[in-house]
Design a protein around this ligand. Structure first.
Ligand SMILES: C[S@@+](CC[C@H](N)C(=O)[O-])C[C@H]1O[C@@H](n2cnc3c(N)ncnc32)[C@H](O)[C@@H]1O
Length: 186
């Protein structure tokens, strides 16, 4: 996969959501860079990863290609708490499959998002893992799990074939809006 694939996997889930994003498990920044590309000037990303060296590379990559996007790097474990929100969007690319029971982290993500904010997940479209990808979840599984965690309007954004575990998908789910939100009126 290249930068164009990374952008294609997340673009529709990011556009129009708002400028303030949190990324969980940014690694060396493949999707951080894609997110910065879609957000453009005025965008801001808080990127959290427990691997400080990978984070440094992500910072270098984004600063080199998209210097108008603000990047705050946070070395830490996203299962132990999230930075203060609220965020317009949360991106988790190939990182939630390291968490066996995702219910607590999904609740924390909901708490970090503004009402109606977007959770964009990029994941292998498979339900059986291996030592490198221990707990992947297909889109069909994700649709059910996201709804159970209180997210709404779960949709598939894009899918890319992969020699490893078959395919990768990008998806978007939204945190609920209050029932009287004017944007939901006909
Ligand atoms: C497979 S890499 C994906 C990196 C990048 N998002 C991508 O798709 O290219 C997973 C990343 O998530 C990070 N990670 C996994 N579990 C984490 C946790 N609980 N807290 C913080 N970072 C975590 C790892 O350190 C690693 O950098």
């Amino acid at each position: 996969m290249d930068h164009a694939d990374h952008v294609a996997l997340i673009r529709r889930g990011v556009e129009g959501a708002g400028p303030r994003w949190l990324e969980l498990g940014s690694g060396e920044g493949a999707f951080t860079t894609a997110l910065a590309d879609v957000l453009g000037q005025g965008g801001s990303i808080h990127a959290i990863d427990r691997d400080g060296r990978a984070l440094e590379r992500a910072v270098t990559a984004v600063a080199g290609r998209f210097p108008a996007v603000g990047l705050t790097a946070i070395e830490g474990d996203f299962t132990r708490g999230l930075p203060d929100g609220s965020f317009d969007g949360v991106l988790a690319a190939n990182s939630l499959h390291f968490v066996a029971d995702r219910r607590a982290v999904l609740a924390a993500i909901r708490g970090a998002l503004r009402p109606g904010g977007c959770l964009v997940v990029v994941e292998y479209d498979a339900d059986a893992g291996n030592p490198w990808v221990p707990h992947p979840f297909s889109f069909d599984t994700w649709r059910v799990a996201a709804a159970a965690a209180g997210f709404e309007r779960v949709e598939l954004l894009h899918r890319v074939p992969s020699r490893f575990l078959g395919a990768i998908y990008g998806s978007r789910a939204r945190s609920p809006r209050p029932p009287d939100d004017p944007r939901d009126r006909p």
